[in-house]
Design a protein around this ligand. Structure first.
Ligand code: GLU
Length: 470
């Protein structure tokens, strides 16, 4: 049996969950879930000055909203510092690392001299091969790895291909600082190893780190994970994504009312592809996702495409799921929750609301006829449809509707007959009817609204409009 796939998402909690981070998490989640593996979550909170609990919470909330569930406990990198230290000491004992007593001044002098002589300025410590009895007593030291000086390190990257880095470009990096604290690079390698991570899928800004992390694996005799460094996301203009391009944090997408399934689908397509497939379900994405399908070029954000996919997902979602996510949308945007009565109407109307709504605000807009209560205040456009002529028409039509069977065919037939009797088309009646039923001029079809509202409420609204204002 082949080894179980283990992936991880390892964000630094220094801000919101970035859209790029969300895509990295999604790729790791898809890959793990599609291979019957595990998707782990590690918070890289070793930078105490920049890490905040609020940022950790924002990341957890963002992942939860996106539906990217992780396995096991959330791991805090900071809390594992003792283990990182222990590994450094193990490497020291195995002669894979050494104590370096060089002072900052000495390192600077080394660099200045090397520069003047036109040589590499990468520090080469005189302590690398010094015998322990040469070590000064009580002097501060750092622990450095004994990096290979000859040859090269090749990262067999699933996205970038083979990336070769000459070992003379890599210095004896510090593993433990003078204060005994582990460096970030050590923490990542140790954690990935201990967590059993088999595939490291992350942004290509970490490609150079891979060579350094591999040195630690090699020194410890650990099997290497598979690396896949994915290109960053660019703005629609092809430039590096920045604030200027608009929403960066996933919570902003939630607040704009995009459904999470649409975001997942869109982010999956951002830099990865399965033939020409644009719209797909999570199940399909999990089954199809392979590292080989990840493109090498930076992907560009395309809001049109995002909206288009979101619309298709809203239409395809089960009604209950739409209502659930709509309620969450109302909560995060500080809007009042739907009453039980409105929820029931929403459920009934869902079939005509779901079509062509790309976001929850658009869905709510279509649902305005449910949201409003009598007496309905028409907006300006709708009010223009309720002049004295149309009110006269409504007062004539309403009693006829009152006696009709409350079925689509009957209502349609009646309205068409009424229009014909008045030498006009039903289209001419639609404006006043929409205004009366919803207080709006853009609404679902008049018959859909009447069927959802029911006879009594519809007749009451039509009667209000027929008799209303001057
Ligand atoms: N903490 C790093 C970041 O947020 C990711 C490190 C990694 O994936 O190895 O960019």
């Amino acid at each position: 049996m082949s080894q179980q796939v283990v992936t991880r998402f390892a964000p630094s909690p220094t801000g919101y969950l970035h859209i790029g981070g969300a895509r990295t998490a999604l790729f790791n989640w898809l890959f793990a879930r599609g291979h019957g593996g595990k998707f782990l979550l590690r918070i890289e909170d070793t930078d105490r000055a920049r890490s905040t609990p609020e940022a950790t919470q924002a990341i957890l909330d963002g992942l939860a909203w996106l539906g990217l569930d992780h396995d096991g406990d959330v791991i805090s990198q900071f809390e594992r510092a003792d283990r990182h230290r222990a590994v450094a000491l193990e490497m020291l004992a195995a002669d894979k690392a050494y104590k370096c007593y060089a002072t900052q001044d000495e390192i600077q002098t080394f660099r200045d001299t090397a520069r003047a002589e036109g040589k590499s300025t990468l520090f080469q410590s005189p302590w690398r091969d010094a015998s322990p009895d040469m070590h000064p007593k009580d002097a501060p030291y750092v622990i450095r790895i004994k990096a290979p000086r000859e040859g090269s390190t090749v990262i067999h990257d699933k996205v970038q291909g083979d990336v070769t880095i000459r070992n003379d470009q890599l210095d004896d990096m510090v593993l433990l600082r003078g204060d005994g604290n582990p460096v970030y690079m050590l923490a990542v390698a140790v954690d990935d190893h201990d967590m059993g991570v088999t595939h490291v899928i992350r942004g290509d800004d970490h490609l150079n780190n891979a060579a350094r992390q591999m040195m630690i694996y090699t020194a410890m005799g650990w099997p290497l994970p598979v690396y896949a460094h994915i290109p960053l996301i660019h703005g629609p203009d092809g430039k590096k994504l920045s604030k200027r391009h608009g929403a960066l944090g996933v919570e902003e997408y939630q607040k704009m009312g995009y459904p999470a399934a649409g975001i997942r689908n869109y982010l999956a397509r951002l830099g990865w592809g399965h033939g020409d497939d644009e719209f797909f379900s999570d199940e399909q994405a999990k089954a199809w996702f392979e590292l080989e399908g990840i493109g090498k070029a930076p992907a560009r954000l395309d809001f049109k495409k995002l909206e288009n996919l979101c619309g298709q997902h809203i239409a395809a979602m089960p009604d209950a799921a739409v209502l659930h996510e709509l309620s969450e949308f109302l909560a995060v945007t500080g809007q009042p929750a739907l009453s039980a009565e409105k929820l029931a109407l929403f459920s009934e109307a869902m079939y005509c609301l779901k079509e062509r709504a790309k976001t929850f605000p658009e869905l709510l807009d279509k649902a305005q006829f449910i949201m409003v209560d009598r007496p309905i205040q028409p907006d300006e456009k709708a009010a223009a449809h309720l002049d004295s002529v149309s009110r006269g028409i409504l007062s004539e039509l309403t009693p006829q509707l009152q006696n009709a069977r409350w079925k689509r065919d009957d209502l349609e037939a009646l309205a068409n007959q009424f229009a014909e009797d008045h030498g006009t088309k039903f289209g001419k009646l639609a404006g006043p009817l929409r205004a009366a039923l919803a207080g709006r001029s853009a609404t679902p079809s008049v018959f859909d609204m009447m069927l959802v509202l029911g006879r009594d409420e519809s007749i009451a609204r039509l009667t209000d409009a027929a008799s209303g204002g001057s």
